[in-house]
Design a protein around this ligand. Structure first.
Ligand code: ADP
Ligand code: MG
Length: 486
């Protein structure tokens, strides 16, 4: 492995989920459990139908392009990619292949991977339509055209990643960008993100900035989860190194493979010589249109606070660690849960501690999404306030939170019903302090003779008498004040 340098390029598809309608038709853009309910004749390719470009989809695509530091075209247009497949009844896909058609070309993105910043180059980002979805059974297949025409962004990077960690960190960064900018839910479980992964190996001593030195790439199609991307890359690196070691150069041809989840291997699909000629041409039914500089300016102004900026705010304003802040901003919904908890009045550090440890642990354990929790930010904030005002101890608070999460209960109600409220009122505590001192008449003399650690014993007695409900810090300060005042 040490003799080789790995080059990885990504093609990331992400459905734009946040438009009302599809990219070229007035059919609803959304998920329906009834197949073929969100369709219009144009999605089915009926003769005589014409596409109408969805301005909202173009706007979101341009916003993505700006966030990726790409250049935007002066005139936007689309192209036809011609091929037939049952999920594409028109016989062509409307896309943007040839420069300068794409909504964005030649950009770059800085992202963080294992604490180190890296900048990779974006070749282009383009807007296209998704195909229908197919479901295969032993004797027949079913086609659902609800997905046909859903707006899709395809992002193509240069081969600037050198290992699987970097590729996955980039994909996570992009997922967060799409979510924060309200472009997409970017949920791989819903099939909204799909990736093609390109991998090659080259001699370590050669200069990787010169494309002439690059190894022959293998493309792995349609990897549907980030875990799959990581595994597919690592498998492919091993496979290619093995071929090279055994001098099997003829097998190191440019090919397309697919990732097989079950066997955890990549499987041969076709070689470059079988590559399909898509015969691209400019889509004649959509006129070129000018992108106004003032429109781009307006879009720029609408770009919301992204993950990296939020993270910096969490660290600088709330004093969170880099580690905790990174976890909190990874998914927009989690960051919003955290921010709403603070808005409800909770201490940011406590909120962060409890969310990153207990709540995330619970979500992972039960494979839940944060929005599915019964315990809402207001409930969490109220519980945290009970701890920070010493009504209950921190240990009790955590136990209550576990119970609330597991049993879908309001934590404050649990506290009220259990009688576990801490005694933080000095007037109540002083009574117990006086009782304890009365029962231990020698203690004050001993303390004044220098045996100050007798306070530990005395506070212990106060805790015992209150069945652990006295606030230990207040019990201690009240005890010391009382002794020293005598
Ligand atoms: P193709 O013409 O086969 O579609 P492209 O040049 O368009 O190839 O690149 C497609 C993807 O493959 C891009 O993400 C690019 O970064 C990546 N890629 C190109 N060459 C290599 C290579 N030698 N190793 C790894 N990835 C590569
Ligand atoms: Mg290509």
């Amino acid at each position: 492995m040490d003799q080789y340098k790995i080059l990885i390029g990504l093609e990331m598809h992400c459905e734009i989920s946040e438009t009302k309608t599809k990219v070229f038709s007035s059919a609803q853009n959304g998920y329906s459990s009834t197949p073929n309910s969100y369709i219009r004749p144009v999605d089915m390719g009926f003769p005589g139908t014409l596409p109408v470009v969805n301005k909202e989809a173009v706007k979101k695509a341009l916003m993505a392009s700006i966030m990726l530091n790409c250049s935007q075209p002066e005139y936007l247009y689309f192209e036809r990619k011609n091929y037939y497949y049952p999920d594409l009844p028109k016989g062509f896909q409307i896309t943007q292949e040839t420069k300068p058609a794409p909504v964005g070309i030649y950009g770059k993105l800085r992202f963080e991977c294992n604490g180190v910043y890296k900048t990779i180059r974006i070749n282009n980002i383009h807007l296209e339509e998704d195909a229908a979805s197919t479901d295969h059974f032993s004797k027949y297949s079913k086609i659902d055209y609800n997905r046909a025409g859903v707006p899709l962004l395809e992002l193509v990077t240069e081969p600037d990643f050198n290992n699987a960690d970097e590729a996955v960190a980039f994909l996570e960064t992009m997922r967060a960008i799409y979510q924060y900018a309200n472009i997409s839910e970017a949920d791989s479980k819903k099939g909204q993100i799909r990736c093609d992964v390109n991998v090659s190996i080259m001699n370590k001593d050669l200069d990787e900035t010169d494309p002439k030195n690059w190894g022959t790439k293998v493309e792995i199609k349609n990897v549907n989860s980030f875990g799959g991307v990581r595994d597919a890359i690592n498998y492919e690196i091993k496979r290619q190194i093995e071929l090279k070691k055994n001098n099997k150069y003829d097998e190191m041809e440019q090919q397309t493979r697919r990732w097989d989840e079950e066997s955890e291997t990549t499987i041969y699909m076709r070689s470059k010589v079988d590559a399909i000629d898509y015969k691209y041409f400019v889509e004649p039914n959509i006129p070129k249109f000018k992108i106004d500089a003032s429109w781009l300016e307006d879009i720029k102004k609408e770009i919301p606070v992204l993950a990296l900026e939020r993270k910096e705010k969490y660290m600088n304003e709330y004093g969170l660690s880099n580690y905790d802040a990174t976890i909190l901003v990874k998914e927009k919904a989690l960051a919003e849960y955290f921010e709403n908890t603070i808005k409800e009045g909770s201490d940011p550090k406590l909120a962060s501690n409890w969310i990153t440890s207990i709540i995330l642990g619970h979500l992972n354990k039960f494979n839940l999404n944060i929005n599915e929790l019964y315990v809402k930010p207001k409930m969490l904030s109220d519980l945290i306030n009970l701890v920070s005002t010493s009504v209950i101890s921190s240990k009790q608070g955590k136990e209550v939170l576990y119970e609330a999460l597991e049993q879908n209960k309001d934590p404050v109600k649990i506290v009220e019903n259990s009688g576990m409220k801490q005694i933080g009122d000095e007037k109540e505590i002083i009574k117990v302090v006086l009782e304890v001192l009365e029962e231990n008449p020698d203690a004050i003399t001993q303390y004044k003779n220098g045996r100050t650690n007798i306070v530990d014993f005395l506070v212990g007695q106060v805790m015992k008498k209150t069945k652990g409900q006295a606030n230990p810090a207040i019990a201690r300060s009240t005890m010391i004040n009382e002794i020293e005042g005598r």
